[in-house]
Design a protein around this ligand. Structure first.
Ligand code: ZN
Length: 561
């Protein structure tokens, strides 16, 4: 037990030494308490203490409600990489975009931090049985960590949780209790069960180690950003090295425990003096279950519960966030900056493809929600693109179901019969050739800047099956258009030698290429004279950076059939 950790009741302010066995306030009976530490002492001692420790979540043990983490229980929780998202960032026009890759935790989600600290605290207190309600990932993380500690888990899951997630919970030896009800109802059933049997209940935001574990995400991000930034500065007393909080922290949300803890982490760093400001918190929900977003947009302190969530993303289907929302909203308001936004399932599934194809990250829908939220907020101008943005990327990749991929996602290869004249390799090759990209719409991308061509190629490839041909100048463009007869030409105007206007002149003069639709892309405002030159000869005119809109992709699909 960390004897420097005291709990403070959020209702009466009573302070007491933290123990896992007293979940409610001894003074007023409230179950809403928060951990506090000796911040002035940590200001002096923390940086020196942690310097030599491994980069994992136990590095910050002075700020966690635990005495001595048991190395034998550790599965490598936390210490996940902060990955610069250059491609996705370029697509959005956000050059300072980072992904906190929480997939690299032991069971692939940020819930491993919650489970690791929760189980360590239980072990320290001699508790051998725990009851949890979950939409999947918490139960998986808890069951895995509890297995190592010899603690029995009762996992209450809604019947909507995908069967493969349920099976993963069970394989760690947990007792799965499948409840045909909404997640909010399942939580109540689990709480009653725990009370009847006098068992310890893991209750998310009301459980001290759960909130405290999430703080380590904020600590790691701030340390990692300070290492990446070149202008490190010494603190006021010339002892502390300043860490750096981002301008924005994005996370998709079900019950709200994650951002509540992360926000507390950033606030503690500020209080200790390790950082100099709070980041804006951007909290993203699935539209079919977004009680927090609705409450925030209506300026309410209490979220109206949603009885029956309408989203395929069951991991995020908390209909009643309860007091967690009120706490979050209040803290975000008082820190001056934050947003709640929702995205549709369709936007989310599209984003899964974009992330996989542009950054090589396969993520589950629950995590993709926050990325879809970023796209939406950047497009709406709510986020300054120059800001330093960190997104929490987490969750299991569940086996992708048909409804996510739609039709035609697979390419079927029938290996021809083996004959003496034809080696199997040649057979495979010819089969591959038959499904070559020739039958996909062909798009000629003309731009003298390699980065611009690559960006347009990536955008097309992340949105569908297109065959992309690139030309790096006007001369090449004319030649390729004549030889390959593309279905569409994306044309830059400002190029050395033959510019876009010159290319158009030649294309329109040749009957073979005159009918190919041309979309002109420009970085600058055109003059009246330039607009006149284009009139009637091009399909449309786009500003660079507009590519991401749905309207653009719809237009492309109509054009190329
Ligand atoms: Zn109290």
């Amino acid at each position: 037990m960390n004897f420097n950790c005291v709990t403070e009741c959020l209702d009466c302010g009573n302070r007491a030494q933290y123990t896992p066995t007293t979940p409610s306030c001894p003074e007023c009976g409230s179950v809403w308490k928060e951990a506090r530490y000796d911040y002035p002492a940590l200001r002096r001692s923390l940086p020196d203490r942690i310097r030599e420790r491994p980069f994992d979540m136990w590095r910050y043990r002075e700020l966690l409600p635990i005495g001595n983490p048991l190395p034998s229980l550790s599965m490598g929780d936390g210490g996940t990489p902060l990955i610069k998202a250059d491609n996705f960032g370029m697509m959005l026009g956000c050059p300072n975009l980072y992904i906190k890759d929480e997939r690299q935790n032991p069971t692939s989600s940020f819930k491993d931090r919650q489970a690791a600290l929760g189980v360590a605290a239980l072990k320290e207190a001699g508790i051998n049985e725990v009851v949890i309600a979950s939409t999947g990932n918490v139960a998986i993380a808890y069951s895995a960590h509890a297995a190592r500690a010899g603690i029995k888990v009762w996992a209450f899951l809604t019947s909507l949780v995908p069967p493969e997630k349920m099976r993963e919970v069970a394989i760690y030896g947990a007792q799965v209790v499948k409840v045909t009800a909404s997640y909010d109802q399942v939580k109540k059933v689990a709480a009653e069960f725990a009370q009847q049997r006098n068992l310890y209940l893991e209750a998310g935001a009301r459980t001290i180690p759960s909130v405290e574990a999430m703080k380590t995400i904020a600590f790691e991000i701030s340390e990692q950003l300070s290492e990446l930034s070149s202008n490190n500065v010494k603190g006021k007393d010339n002892v502390l090295q300043y860490w750096r909080s981002p301008d924005w922290y994005f996370q998709s949300v079900s019950g709200g425990l994650g951002p509540l803890g992360v926000q507390k982490g950033f606030a503690e760093l500020l209080q200790i003096g390790l950082t100099d400001r709070m980041p804006g918190m951007a909290i993203i929900q699935a539209e079919g279950c977004s009680p927090m977003v609705t409450a925030w947009k209506n300026g309410l302190d209490v979220a109206e519960p949603i009885a029956s969530p309408r989203t395929h993303i069951t991991t995020l289907a908390t209909g009643d966030p309860g007091r967690t929302y009120s706490l979050l909203a209040q803290r975000i308001r008082s820190s001056g900056r934050g947003l709640f936004e929702s995205v549709t399932d369709e936007e989310t599934f599209r984003t899964i493809h974009i992330l996989a194809k542009m950054e090589g990250l396969s993520i589950e829908p629950a995590a993709a929600v926050s990325f879809a939220g970023l796209i939406k907020l950047v497009r709406a101008g709510a986020i300054d693109p120059a800001d330093t943005i960190v997104i929490n990327c987490t969750g299991h990749t569940m086996p992708i179901e048909k409804m996510i991929l739609g039709d035609g996602w697979s390419k079927n290869i029938a290996v021809p019969q083996y004959t003496v004249a034809e080696t199997p390799q040649e057979g495979l090759l010819s089969a591959f050739n038959r499904i070559s990209s020739d039958r996909y719409p062909k798009i000629l991308v003309v731009d003298d800047l390699p980065d611009a061509r690559r960006l347009i190629r990536r955008i097309f490839q992340s949105q569908g099956d297109f065959s992309i041909v690139e030309a790096k100048n006007g001369r090449e463009a004319i030649e390729l258009a004549r030889l390959q007869l593309p279905d569409l030409i994306i044309l830059d105007l400002m190029m050395p030698e033959i510019d876009g206007f010159g290319v158009l002149d030649v294309l329109k003069a040749n009957p073979e290429t005159a009918q190919i639709p041309v979309i002109v892309v420009t970085a600058k405002e055109l003059t009246g004279e330039e607009n006149e030159l284009l009139r009637g000869r091009i399909h449309s005119l786009m500003q660079k950076g507009q590519f991401l809109s749905d309207e653009f992709m719809e237009e492309i699909n109509t054009l190329v059939g």
